[in-house]
Design a protein around this ligand. Structure first.
Ligand SMILES: [Ca+2]
Length: 156
């Protein structure tokens, strides 16, 4: 378990790193395509968003959402991804929508950093964004991450 601090620029840098972002998105797509038919079905998309915990938790804090409202949310997410209305989401649709979602998150975060508590094997995109930033900061980034990990971090 570790704590990372990210803000809009962290997320934007991740999305802007074309190779890294595409690899992450493509990996995620392959992992979500449970029946390996090359597209994501409605239920596969729902599982994806459950695992990203973008909806049921408010950046790490669990919030209760009524099941009916959740079902509506997942339907509207699916329809956003399925741009051509074919009833399934292909890799191109997934890439372009993930990009928009991450940029929307970046805008939402703006320049106010948030702290996230993450499992070390957390597959979330925000964790990857934080990892990418840490790797670019090199040694300094690692030191910061270690301090965060051991909870000796006090504020900004
Ligand atoms: Ca599938």
């Amino acid at each position: 378990m570790g704590v990372v601090i990210i803000d809009g620029s962290t997320v934007r840098a991740f999305v802007g790193d074309e190779g890294q972002f595409r690899r992450s998105v493509d990996e995620r797509f392959a992992a979500l395509d449970l029946n390996r038919d090359g597209v994501l079905s409605r239920s596969e998309i729902r599982k994806a968003f459950e695992s990203m915990r973008l909806i049921e938790s408010d950046f790490g804090v669990d919030v209760a959402t009524p099941p009916q409202e959740l079902a509506r949310l997942y339907d509207s997410i699916f329809e956003r991804f399925d741009c051509d209305g074919s009833g399934a989401v292909d890799l191109e649709e997934f890439r372009s929508e993930m990009r928009k979602i991450m940029l929307a998150i970046a805008d939402g975060l703006g320049s106010s950093p948030i702290q996230m508590v993450l499992e070390d094997d957390d597959p979330s995109f925000l964790k990857r964004a934080a990892d990418l930033e840490a790797s670019k900061l090199g040694e300094g980034g690692r030191v910061v991450r270690e301090r965060l990990r051991s909870n000796r971090w006090v504020g900004q």
